[in-house]
Ligand binder design. Structure first.
Ligand code: BGC
Length: 920
């Protein structure tokens, strides 16, 4: 029996369970939910026909086998009577107003035109039904932020009119928000809908989770992983968000509820941790104790209502203000119960280490407990807590570090002080960098290993303990070392088709030394394989954040681990651990929360699940990738304290508790240094302090710099020096197609061989423990090998094809009429006059920028010949050459599959490279 067998039904069941647990019920007036049996329902909003299973960009490109939206799921509910006439009306209108796919990467509309409603239509619907459900949909994505405008953060006039008309005729209304990010909710004040739920984006099983909640099969237990304010401007980062050059993090540690609960309670519409169930709970029987290093808390949760349900118990600490100033309350632990039956109860226990409520003091570079009274509260959300115990701590150093990543630009930051018991905002000067970074880097440079030339030892000898890793590295020439830090992608033919990058044994020299090729795939909401291979589409980060359920998440990610294993992928590019600093960040949907503890704990649960299959996740984007606008340029100017307590904390937990083995740095600079070349980040904090042992890779085509110099994509030397191990990505590692400066900077003495050897140690250390090494050493069982990629998803129908005939060494196919929209296939036949090896030259353009990823997968005679990985050209016609290799015989079927919208083709040229002479 193959222990890694992937049971897709079980996968789907687990995903469904998670989806239902992440849905947050915000309003439930008069217990409108769960829906009573035989309720007659009218469903409004075109989004019911186009469920947003995820956001856009790298995190949203999973080729799913199917998607169950809200419509598909509700239609299966035999106890509900759906107004079919209204549904038909919508279908007809949608036929005339089809879904607008936009122009592709970064340019897809975040909402769709809504169907205008007439009073007569709604009145008629009311006559036929008792309850109205309105579905509002929004996507989110890379390369752009949410705009505080209709159709983005705000509802459009037609959507508002829909709310208006439906509420005029119906008193029983339920609003479902199928969004990845939080949107404006001011309409709640005007219409007071009885039911309001964030159903988020749930992946391929999303609709089932929604139906489970609406029908009452599952009582909601999702709790907000973020605060929802009344106005977008209420956000403390609002005035320092969105600049393409520099964003000063003046709000400092006062992010999300840390700000609102301390200074501005009135702006909150729904507080952090809030969410309703179909029952009520009481939490009591508290006990509280403090030992040397931990606070111990116990409580009992009683289900005192009328439905079996789960509850999230949340523990907050109120620390003394001291010299440093503190948020009013900070989440220090949480736990989700299993289902508690009606009248039942469960005991919960918490063991809270001191570092969860310690503060980072820049003066002493230490996490400390300032002297004073620490009070602990337990409850069901941040505004519904009870004091369970308090304890007076002496001044205590919890962890001693060294100053790292401090800002160099002077600015004043927010601080709380207590004035007559009232927490008041004041400004103080932010401590600036004192450490000499160059000195730190040179004093910590590793010892160089002597280069010994080829000793005929392979990496397998290290695996078998015949030689040590350093001994192996001594065989690597400078050229080998420079090639090893290059990743190839997207869709390198050397790894699983369609994945994001390959690394390791990419060149002849490295292969000869027995280094296998490892690979990465996006992430995080399922496996993205641009050649069209089908994969399981998972719920998005925000939904997962709201589950607060570590146990279930670990189980779900155990399934993803098996799926990665089955597709021979070593690491998925996720989870995303960035903090919801501002509600308008376009990629919040990929991230869990505004709270770092919740973020780190959920990420660790995912990693634990993945690690069971000897694959892993790449925690990203390290660090402060808190907006999409200017993500390659905008400098995040942040205090060391805010970095450590807020933005780095989730990563720290994922490394120290979740045993993360792979990290992706972000695109932009933090305190003046691009993160992929930031020594303090990648070496001092990540490895020296947290003990990280693994690889660090750049984000795709990221820029790098030496401090004070402009950033460029070819400055690999800056990356090597910082101990960011892998540049993602180049077309061809061997020929240095990216033109990086590793070798020239080595010759000039700017970087040392010892630094490259250090990267090699990290990369090879990762590979030694990877799935790719298991394959390389034939350590995969026969049963498992038989199961690999066993499922045939694509049907190939060669009938009624158009043929193109080549007379000489070239065959040019007019491609200007081919529809290149996402998910489209193009099939045609070619007949070549000359037998031989061929290249395919694609003439193409795209109005999108060079960061736009526009993959075309090429199949010849139903065999995947790799993915042609194109990028945006900003309107310029370009040619890309793809090596096809030998074509045996004259007739071939060509299939192109387009992964993303936004490409224009001119022609496809099948170009003879070398003729194969007939035998004899
Ligand atoms: C994104 C990453 C992603 C990478 C590879 C980048 O644009 O920022 O999150 O993993 O592309 O697709």
């Amino acid at each position: 029996m193959n222990p890694y067998y992937l049971d897709l039904d079980k996968y789907a069941e687990l995903a469904r369970e998670i989806i239902a647990e992440g849905i947050v019920l915000l309003n439930n007036e008069d217990n409108i939910l769960p829906l009573k049996k035989q309720t007659r329902l009218s469903i409004f909003g075109r989004s019911v026909f186009h469920y947003y299973k995820s956001g856009l960009g790298s995190g949203g490109l999973v080729n799913t086998r199917y998607t169950i939206g809200i419509k598909e799921a509700l239609e299966k509910e035999t106890d509900l009577i759906i107004n079919q006439q209204l549904m038909d009306h919508y279908s007809q209108w949608i036929e005339e107003n089809p879904f607008d796919e936009g122009e592709g990467w970064g340019k897809v509309p975040w909402s769709q035109k809504e169907m205008p409603l007439s009073d007569a239509l709604v009145k008629e619907a009311r006559e036929q039904s008792d309850v109205a459900i309105i579905v509002i949909g929004r996507t989110g994505g890379e390369d752009q932020d949410t705009k505080n405008e209709p159709g983005s953060y705000r509802l459009t006039d037609v959507e508002l009119d829909m709310l208006d008309k439906v509420h005029k005729h119906f008193t029983q209304t339920i609003i479902l928000l199928n969004t990845g990010n939080v949107i404006d909710m001011s309409w709640v004040d005007k219409y007071h809908p009885k039911g309001v739920l964030y159903v988020w984006q749930g992946g391929q099983e999303g609709g089932y989770g929604v139906a489970d909640i609406l029908s009452g099969r599952v009582s909601p237990s999702g709790r907000l992983s973020m605060s929802i304010t009344k106005e977008v401007e209420d956000n403390p980062a609002h005035n320092n968000f969105g600049s393409l050059e520099r964003n000063i993090y003046e709000e400092d540690i006062y992010v999300g509820y840390r700000y609102y609960e301390t200074f501005d309670k009135d702006v909150i519409r729904y507080p952090f941790g809030y969410g309703l169930s179909y029952t009520d709970f009481s939490i009591n029987d508290f006990s509280f104790d403090v030992n040397q290093k931990t606070v111990l808390a116990k409580c009992k949760v009683h289900n005192i209502g009328e439905a079996p349900s789960k509850e999230v118990v949340q523990i907050y600490c109120e620390a003394p203000q001291g010299r440093l100033g503190k948020p009013a309350k900070v989440l220090v632990d949480f736990g989700k119960t299993e289902i508690i039956p009606v009248n039942g109860s469960v005991d919960m226990e918490f063991s809270i280490p001191f570092d969860r409520f310690a503060s980072y003091d820049e003066k002493t570079s230490a996490y400390v407990l300032e002297e004073g009274r620490y009070r602990f509260y337990v409850g069901s959300h941040i505004r519904a807590t009870e004091l369970i115990g308090e304890w007076t701590s002496p001044y205590t150093v919890v962890e001693q570090w060294e100053e790292a990543c401090a800002p160099v630009v002077a600015f004043d930051r927010l601080k709380a002080i207590s004035k007559n018991g009232v927490l008041t905002p004041v400004k103080e000067a932010t401590p600036l960098r004192k450490v000499n970074l160059d000195e730190r880097i040179s004093s910590q440079r590793p010892e160089e290993l002597e280069y010994l030339g080829n000793k005929n030892n392979s990496l397998t000898d290290v695996l078998n303990h015949k030689i040590g890793l350093d001994q192996f590295i001594q065989q690597l020439s400078d050229e080998d070392l420079a090639c090893l830090v290059r990743g190839e992608g997207m869709c390198s033919p050397k790894a699983t088709p369609g994945v994001a990058s390959a690394f390791g044994g990419l060149t002849k020299g490295l292969r000869e030394k027995g280094i296998p090729v490892a690979c990465t795939a996006d992430g995080p909401s399922g496996i993205r394989m641009d050649c069209g291979t089908k994969a399981f589409s998972l719920p998005n980060g925000t939904l997962i954040g709201c589950t607060f359920n570590e146990r279930l998440l670990e189980e779900l990610f155990e399934m993803l681990g098996k799926e990665l294993r089955r597709n021979k992928i070593d690491t998925i590019l996720g989870p995303g651990l960035n903090i919801h600093r501002h509600v308008l960040n376009g990629r919040n949907f990929e991230y869990f929360s505004e709270d770092p503890l919740l973020t780190g704990r959920l990420a660790s649960a995912e990693l634990r699940g993945l690690h069971k299959s000897q694959v892993t996740g790449t925690i990203k984007h390290f660090v402060a990738n808190n907006q999409e606008a200017g993500r390659q340029t905008a400098d995040s100017v942040v205090s060391e304290r805010a970095l450590r307590e807020i933005y780095l904390k989730g990563f720290e937990i994922a490394v120290r508790e979740g045993q993360a083995r792979s990290v992706m740095t972000s695109y932009g600079p933090v305190n003046g240094i691009w993160t992929a070349s930031n020594y303090d980040l990648c070496t001092q904090i990540l490895r020296k302090e947290w003990g990280f042992k693994g690889i660090v890779m750049t984000d795709w085509w990221a820029a790098l710099n030496f401090e004070g110099e402009p950033a460029s994509r070819s400055n690999s030397a800056a990356m090597v020096r910082a101990q960011n191990d892998l540049y993602m990505c180049v077309n061809d590692a061997e020929s240095n197609s990216g033109g990086d400066n590793t070798i020239s900077m080595l010759e000039e003495g700017v970087i040392t061989r010892s630094e490259l050897q250090r990267n090699a140690r990290n990369i090879l250390g990762f590979i030694l423990n990877s799935l790719s090494m298991l394959h390389y050493t034939n350590a995969i069982s026969k049963e498992e090998l038989e199961g690999l990629n066993s499922e045939e998803d694509d049907e190939f129908d060669p009938s009624s094809l158009e043929y193109h005939y080549g007379e000489g060494p070239e065959l040019i196919v007019d491609a200007s009429v081919i529809s290149t929209n996402k998910g489209q296939h193009e099939l045609f036949g070619i007949c070549l006059a000359i037998n031989g090896t061929y290249d395919l030259v694609v003439r193409y353009k795209s109005d999108l920028t060079e960061l736009a990823q526009l993959p075309i997968s090429l199949y010849i005679d139903n065999v995947n010949k790799g993915t042609i990985s194109l990028n945006g050209t900003q309107g310029e016609w370009k040619e890309a050459v793809h090596h096809i290799g030998h074509l045996f015989g004259p007739n071939h079927f060509i299939k192109l599959y387009f992964g993303v919208t936004g490409l224009k083709l001119d022609n496809l040229k099948f170009q003879l490279v070398e003729e194969t002479k007939p035998f004899g």
